[in-house]
Design a protein around this ligand. Structure first.
Ligand SMILES: NC(=O)c1ccc[n+]([C@@H]2O[C@H](COP(=O)([O-])OP(=O)(O)OC[C@H]3O[C@@H](n4cnc5c(N)ncnc54)[C@H](O)[C@@H]3O)[C@@H](O)[C@H]2O)c1
Length: 279
């Protein structure tokens, strides 16, 4: 079956996905619509596509009421936690599958349960790629046996800057001269204080022990050139230790290149595969 794909957010992840689908890297998918809240961003991305049948929008109400949306099968959110909070319910309510990148939004109140409830009634799927981490399959397999799960994220102060955490903290990213632990807390709290940095903590939580039992440490290191995530999980099954050292995306140092590739592989697998590997 050929799948018609729409993308919300035409930044680092959205652009790479759109260009990859447009260039035929996902055989059974067509890119039909693009939406970004910033005027002209979707239009600029469309100008880089080979296929001119993609409709662009800078208003969600126009996006969601368009014929292209009515015909779409799957919408990819690659925008922000705000976009998930505002638009996810409407999208699945209209019977569209939804792939979510800004997973931290699901830590908010009952949003996740509300989305799952609508998805079940509408018989649609919500897809959550493993993003910038590895080993989500293993964590899912042992979730009922987990005694502890911690993710330690090390990024440069530049990649962490802009996080709401710094509004109340005594330290400022630009004053961090050597490697130091700047934050320790639950995944539920971390995704609010570092919304653009630790979506991975939300993915890990949903796969395993939940938002309150998953612990997060954030380390700022001015000398690091990668985005590093180290996961340690323990329980009756033994111990899992995973270290991922990601190249940051050139256009957005907060976003690891692996996150872009993971979103693309998720779409490719949904559209093209008759086999599920590692799920
Ligand atoms: N799951 C993961 O592992 C993972 C990894 C990296 C990034 N992310 C998340 O994915 C999202 C996209 O990342 P990115 O690097 O492409 O970001 P980006 O900043 O490069 O691009 C985001 C784009 O979305 C647009 N946008 C933001 N809010 C919007 C809204 N409410 N409506 C419409 N457009 C909106 C912006 O104008 C921008 O063009 C971010 O929320 C990021 O935190 C998740």
């Amino acid at each position: 079956m050929f799948r018609k794909v729409g993308v919300i957010g035409c930044g680092t992840i959205g652009s790479e996905l759109a260009l990859a689908i447009d260039s035929g890297r996902v055989k059974k998918a067509a890119l039909v619509l693009l939406y970004d809240k910033v005027e002209n961003v979707a239009i600029e991305l469309k100008s880089r596509l080979e296929n001119s049948n993609t409709t662009t929008f800078s208003s969600f109400s126009q996006f969601v009421s368009s014929p292209a949306f009515a015909n779409a099968d799957i919408i990819v959110e690659a925008a922000s936690q705000e976009a998930v909070k505002k638009f996810a319910k409407t999208i699945i309510q209209r019977g569209k599958d939804l792939l979510i990148m800004s997973i931290g939004a699901l830590a908010e109140g009952d949003l996740l349960h509300e989305l799952l409830d609508i998805a079940s009634k509408k018989e649609v799927n919500i897809y959550i790629p493993s993003g910038a981490i590895a080993g989500v399959d293993a964590i899912r397999s042992v979730k009922h046996l987990l005694e502890s799960v911690t993710i330690s994220t090390t990024k440069s102060p530049k990649a962490l800057s802009g996080a709401p955490f710094f509004e109340k903290a005594r330290i400022k990213p630009e004053s961090i001269a050597k490697k130091r632990l700047i934050y320790e807390g639950t995944a539920r709290d971390a995704v609010k204080k570092f919304p653009a940095n630790v979506n991975v903590a939300a993915v890990l939580s949903m796969a395993g022990a939940g938002m309150d039992a998953t612990k997060v440490k954030i380390i700022a290191d001015p000398d690091i050139t990668v985005n590093q995530h180290e996961i340690t999980a323990k329980g009756k099954f033994g111990e899992i230790k995973i270290v991922v050292r990601n190249t940051p995306s050139p256009s957005n140092p907060k976003t690891s290149y692996l996150a872009v590739l993971s979103a693309l592989e998720c779409i490719r697998s949904i559209c093209d595969d008759n086999i599920r590997i590692g799920t």
